[in-house]
Design a binder for this molecule. Structure first.
Ligand code: ADP
Ligand code: MG
Length: 250
C-alpha cells in the first residue's frame, strides 16, 4: 500500500532521516518507534507532504506521491494526526471535525453528509456528539481523541498517528492502543503508529520499524524487536544488552 524507498531529509547540514526504506501492507498496523529525535516525525512529515524529501521516493497505492503537497496527499487517502494537537478553539468540537470532512476528502460531499461523518468520527473515538461542546477545558486524552476524529473524518485508507500516548496516564495509554485496534477492525484502515514508548504499542502492532539517529535498525515482528540487541541498547543502554546476554557480571 505504501512504499518508502531511500528516504532522506537533510535540514541545513543535519541529516534527520537517512536512507530509510520500508513498506506497509494493506490492513497492517505498523509501529514506527525510536527514541526522541530519531526521525520519526520527520519521516511522517515527508510521507504526509509537510516536508519535501531531500532524497528518495514515496509511493502510495502504486502512485508516486514524493514531494506532493499535504492537501493532495490527504485527498489521496492518507490521514494524519499531529504530535501536538492544535484544534481551532473558536469552533465547536463538532465543527472542527466537520471541517476535516469537508476539506479532507477527495469526493464532493454535501453538508448533511459532512455533519454525519463528523458525528460518526466523534462517536468512533468516544467523544460526545453534542453540537455545542467546545474545546475549552479539554484534557490531553480528549484532545488526542479529537485529533484522531479529525483525521478519520477525512475518510483515510491509511492513518498516520503521531505519538498518541504522549501526556497520557497508563490507563489512557491502554485505551488509546485499543482504540487504534478498533479503528482498524471497524473501518479497515491501515495504520502507521509513531511512538517512542514501546510497551503498550507492542501489544497491538503487527510489525515494528525501529529508527535510531535517522536510520532503520530493525524491521520485523514486535517480539523479535524486544530481543534484538541493537534495539535493547537504544532503549535501555549498553549495560542492558550485556545483562540480557549474561555478560553483565563478567
Ligand atoms: P522524533 O519524532 O523521532 O522525536 P524528529 O523527526 O522530530 O524526531 O526529529 C529528528 C531530528 O531532526 C531531531 O534532531 C530534530 O531536532 C531535527 N529536526 C526535526 N525537524 C527539524 C527542522 N524543521 N529543522 C531542523 N531540524 C529538525
Ligand atoms: Mg516526533
Amino acid at each position: 500500500m505504501l512504499s518508502v524507498e531511500g528516504l532522506s531529509k537533510v535540514f541545513g547540514g543535519f541529516t534527520a532521516v537517512s536512507d530509510v526504506s520500508f513498506k506497509v501492507d494493506r490492513g497492517e498496523i505498523l509501529g514506527l518507534i525510536g527514541p526522541n529525535g530519531s526521525g520519526k516525525s520527520t519521516t511522517f512529515n515527508c510521507i504526509a507532504g509537510h516536508y519535501v524529501p531531500t532524497r528518495g521516493r514515496i509511493a502510495f497505492d502504486g502512485r508516486d506521491i514524493t514531494g506532493k503537497p499535504a492537501n493532495d496527499i490527504c485527498h489521496a487517502g492518507i490521514g494524519r494526526t499531529f504530535q501536538i494537537p492544535r484544534p481551532f478553539h473558536k469552533l465547536t468540537v463538532l465543527e472542527n471535525v466537520a471541517l476535516a470532512a469537508w476539506f479532507g476528502q477527495n469526493r464532493k460531499v454535501d453538508r448533511t453528509t459532512c455533519w454525519r461523518q463528523a458525528a460518526e468520527a466523534l462517536e468512533l473515538v468516544g467523544l460526545p456528539r453534542d453540537p455545542h461542546a467546545t474545546t475549552e477545558g479539554m484534557g490531553a486524552a480528549a484532545l488526542k481523541k479529537l485529533e484522531l476524529a479529525r483525521a478519520l473524518a477525512s475518510q483515510p485508507t491509511l492513518l498516520l498517528a503521531d505519538e498518541s500516548l504522549n501526556g497520557l496516564d497508563p490507563g489512557e495509554m491502554q485505551q488509546a492502543a485499543d482504540m487504534l485496534s478498533m479503528i482498524r477492525r471497524e473501518r479497515g484502515i491501515t495504520i502507521i503508529w509513531v511512538e517512542h514508548i514501546m510497551g503498550v504499542l507492542m501489544r497491538v502492532v503487527d510489525r515494528v520499524v525501529v529508527l535510531n539517529h535517522g536510520a532503520i535498525i530493525y524491521d520485523g515482528n514486535p517480539h523479535g524487536a524486544q530481543e534484538n540487541p541493537a534495539v535493547i541498547e537504544v532503549y535501555l543502554g549498553r549495560d542492558a544488552v550485556k545483562h540480557q546476554s549474561g555478560e553483565a557480571h563478567r
